[in-house]
Design a protein around this ligand. Structure first.
Ligand code: MN
Length: 444
């Protein structure tokens, strides 16, 4: 009689926003799947895979290595069908590593593993950890070819690229590994989130320290998070407790109680990602790019408002307000919420300027500066005075005039005003005309 005792844990990790890993712990069948695919597709892929695996495996009368293999292929087909018929799931896939109690041909029980992708099965015996599965990944191939070392593989930029994944093609080759368990053996199923953060030696240390498989699983997840938690972490620890070394009948016993504070992380369905063989890069909630974009956007918006504000407040205009010629700062009618304000209200009224100028003052005569606005008014007034002055006869000498200086110099300021339709800054030219008028002295 051989007993199996199981502990498991899964966690989203410290970087990712969702857990695309999925674990399966059912009597005689254990699995870990690590989904990939955009949005929720990775979660769908991994949960679909383990559900289909369990359903197909349970459906067989005799659980054998062959039935585990066909169950894995059924899982592949289920994920592939879903990806094929659902546009949003296109390209999704998942890893799968499973361990099952199977019947051997001689009628005894044994353990068989099925494996696709880079989730792993480790065996732990007599204090030594051995990786049972070989990753279906690009870096594994490079290591096998001797092109890079294991250490280089761990930091290789394409370490996420899988050479085989479940659900991306209608048919798939599944690695099937028969195991010869002995009393005291421990098996460890895990997603890549564990070995990516925790070395084999460190994993072995945890397995030796925690005899309770539930505690061991939780500790492995905790250590992976301590070392970065860059990916989802899922762990299943299976202890083999045999009364004798030849496994005959295997039974699964309930997981042992955990002493001390526990924090069981529920296995949530995970989301998945992309292309056939690429695993999702860790999505970050707020990326540096997003921050830069938002800051740049705020600068542009702020700059636009500042420009409009400057434009709105930079000019002056002359208009009639309550029959007074008035200088405003701003633009006639205002710009956005930058409304014109009164700067100076002069004593001049509509009657101080020529009537045809009133139309301009109605709309507002824009001037680039306060000084130029004042000058414009002065010119308007001068223009009117001169027009009235020209209409009067020059004084002539009369019989009662006293003797005066023979000549008098009269100076008249005259403005040459721009046409009323001109709104661009104009140079206002003021000329001084000197008129010499001869005055005669009347003789009595
Ligand atoms: Mn992963």
């Amino acid at each position: 009689m051989t007993k199996l005792v199981v502990g498991s844990a899964t966690d989203v990790g410290l970087v990712r926003s969702n857990n695309q890993d999925q674990l399966l712990v059912s009597p005689g069948l254990y699995a870990v799947a690590d989904g990939m695919g955009g949005h929720a597709a990775g979660e769908v892929a991994s949960s679909t895979a383990v559900s289909a695996l369990a359903a197909a495996f349970e459906a067989t009368d005799h659980h054998t290595a062959a039935s585990l293999e066909s169950a894995a292929k059924a899982a592949n087909r289920a994920v592939w069908e879903q990806a094929r018929t659902n546009r949003s799931m296109f390209g999704m896939g998942t890893t799968l590593v499973a361990l099952a109690v199977v019947e051997r041909q001689d009628g005894t029980n044994g353990l068989t593993a099925a494996h696709i992708g880079d989730s792993r099965l480790y065996g732990y015996r007599d204090g030594t950890l051995k990786q049972v599965t070989v990753d279906h990944s690009l870096v594994q191939e490079l290591v096998d070819d001797g092109q890079i070392s294991e250490a280089q593989a761990a930091v290789h930029p394409q370490r996420h690229v899988l050479t085989r994944a479940l659900g991306v093609e209608p048919n798939i080759e599944v690695d099937i590994i028969d195991l010869a368990p002995r009393h005291g053996d421990r098996y460890l199923l895990c997603s890549d989130g564990l070995p990516r953060e925790v070395s084999d030696d460190q994993i072995a240390a945890v397995l030796s320290r925690f005899s309770n498989p539930v505690e061991a699983a939780k500790e492995l997840v905790a250590v992976a998070n301590l070392r970065g938690g860059n990916d989802n972490i899922t762990v299943v620890v299976i202890d083999v407790l045999a009364s004798e070394n030849s496994p005959d009948t295997m039974i699964v016993v309930p997981s042992p109680a955990v002493t001390g504070p526990t924090r069981i992380v529920p296995a949530a369905p995970k989301a998945a990602v992309p292309r056939k063989a690429r695993k999702a890069p860790a999505p970050k909630r707020v990326t540096f790019r997003v921050v830069v974009f938002v800051v740049a956007l705020l600068i542009v918006i702020g700059g636009a408002i500042a420009c409009l504000g400057w434009y709105g407040r930079s000019a002056y205009f002359v208009a009639l307000s309550k029959d007074r010629v008035t200088i405003f700062q701003g633009r006639p009618g205002g710009v956005l919420w930058f409304q014109p304000t009164v700067v100076e209200r002069t004593r001049d009224t509509a009657s101080s300027v020529l009537s045809y100028r009133l139309q301009v003052l109605e709309a507002g005569q824009v001037e680039p500066s306060l000084a130029q606005a004042r000058q414009y008014i002065a010119n308007l007034v001068a223009e009117k005075i001169e027009a009235e002055g020209n209409g009067k006869p020059l004084p002539r000498g009369g019989p009662h005039h006293k003797r005066a200086a023979p000549t008098t110099t009269v100076t008249t300021a005259r403005a040459i005003l721009a046409p009323p339709t001109t709104s661009a800054p104009r140079s206002v030219t003021t000329t001084v005309r000197t008129t010499t008028v001869a005055r005669r002295t009347a003789k009595g």
